[in-house]
Write a new protein. Structure first.
Lengths: 251, 251
DNA sequence: ACCGTTCTGTTCTATAGCGTACATAGCGGA
DNA sequence: TCCGCTATGTACGCTATAGAACAGAACGGT
């Protein structure tokens, strides 16, 4: 048996003997044929996969059926971060892009390695997953949606983070954020203004019809919003039974 | 200390009294004027920011100077995940997009909350950060680069995860991954073939000139590669011990 | 050796967004 | 009050990519 396998998984290889032995006693060696779906959008993940000579694509599949790759995972990584990030699932699909093999570990076994970590950590991880969702959706949106749709998404994301329905933001600035021309924003904003959805002048934008804005936006806003709400429900910490909630974060 | 009631930070609000009190004894209340840069690409972060009534944009600034927003952070989150993810910095810039305030915590204080967590966790987190980098860069690439460039990037990312210089992948499949038309891939691949960079037929692609491929690719590949190498150097620690694997799962 | 299927190549038109140039309009300081 | 600056509006040609339709080419089972 060769000592230095050419296609071992790098993450597993980097672990100490102690941890590795504990994990490997529960590890399965599985074949991953091309096209196999490891998990669908929203699926509760049961295993994490450590690819060795296979490649897995994380895709976001849109309502239209069109898809875009969010990221790609090979022997440098693992599939199923949501299991330890705390979200248990993601809005993306994992498909085998290049057939091969992987080590597979029941999610529970991975979580067992985490069972001493406190609430702060769990909270951070869950937030991180929400952030990742946003990033992914941004990539998708950049690929597939019009400036008009993206402006709506962007306004809604901003609106959710502000106390009023006004934001101070020149079209030039928005263009930089979206990575488009200022003129493109001018046109899109003009349309929204003509529709009575927003009102603006010299860097002061007032949202008049939020509902319409949501209608005009692409699905990307809703996806991020829904996932963020799911991951971070923000139970008020002033509640007296706060500490009794904490154990639910531990598995 | 003033406890900003209407616009408290949601993450802080969700913490238990115990943890919150420990954190708040080291917390600063800072003003964030519009346009202030919280950190530049590659900067070692000293603080994490919990915005209350401000919005911070995470931007990736390209070599050309053009920029694209990776994500946006408001009172639902925090700026500086790299501090607890283990990377200490990111390739992105954080700019105040909407002036306001935030709670600021020295990074070390946050890390103190993490100091009992084992090596597995740290490894996972570092990987996650690398993945996040890839996602971010995908968003950037989708916005700004041609199909030709994106194909090069994609081939390189795949190549790095495979043992040989051959990959089995139809143009149709690649098109799905990149979120573009199959015809677009056909054209881009044709150009590469004519340049002698690759050779392919019916789903079998051989990379002949990797160096050229890197030249033709946009910067996005290099950014992700460099960051991944930095976060996960895979130091030649203990090699895997075959005997620790359950016999039936050995290769 | 054949035939159907699956890949790849080509060509047409349509359009969104870019680059560029320049015009207008509102605010704010002197 | 005026000037200058910044923000917004508009217009024109250009290009990359989408959408669609179809032709050729190679593989693989029977």
């Amino acid at each position: 048996m060769e000592m230095c396998k050419p296609q071992q998984n790098h993450l597993l290889a980097a672990l100490s003997m102690e941890v590795k032995e504990r994990l490997f006693s529960h590890m399965e060696w599985v074949e991953l044929p091309l096209g196999k779906v490891l998990y669908e959008s929203g699926d509760t993940m049961r295993h994490v996969y450590f690819p060795t000579d296979s490649i897995i694509s994380l895709l976001y599949v849109m309502e239209s059926g069109a898809s875009a790759e969010i990221s790609v995972v090979g022997n440098e990584g693992l599939v199923g971060i949501a299991l330890f990030m705390g979200g248990e699932s993601t809005p993306s699909r994992a498909v085998v892009q290049s057939g091969g093999h992987a080590y597979r570990l029941p999610g529970q076994r991975l979580k067992d390695e985490f069972n001493r970590h406190g609430e702060l950590l769990m909270l951070m991880l869950r937030y991180t997953q929400a952030l990742i969702t946003q990033m992914s959706q941004t990539a998708v949106c950049n690929r597939h949606h019009s400036i008009d749709q993206q402006l709506c998404r962007w306004l809604l994301l901003s609106l959710d983070r502000l106390p009023s329905n006004k934001l101070t933001m020149t079209q030039e600035l928005i263009a930089n954020m979206l990575g488009v021309r200022r003129e493109g924003v001018t046109e899109a904003a003009g349309k929204l203004q003509r529709l009575g959805v927003i009102e603006y002048s010299r860097g002061r934008i007032t949202v008049l019809d939020r509902h319409k804005l949501e209608e005009l936006s692409c699905e990307c806003y809703a996806v991020v919003k829904r996932e963020t709400d799911r991951l971070l429900p923000y139970t008020p910490s002033t509640m007296p039974d706060e500490r009794s909630i904490a154990p639910k974060f531990r598995r």
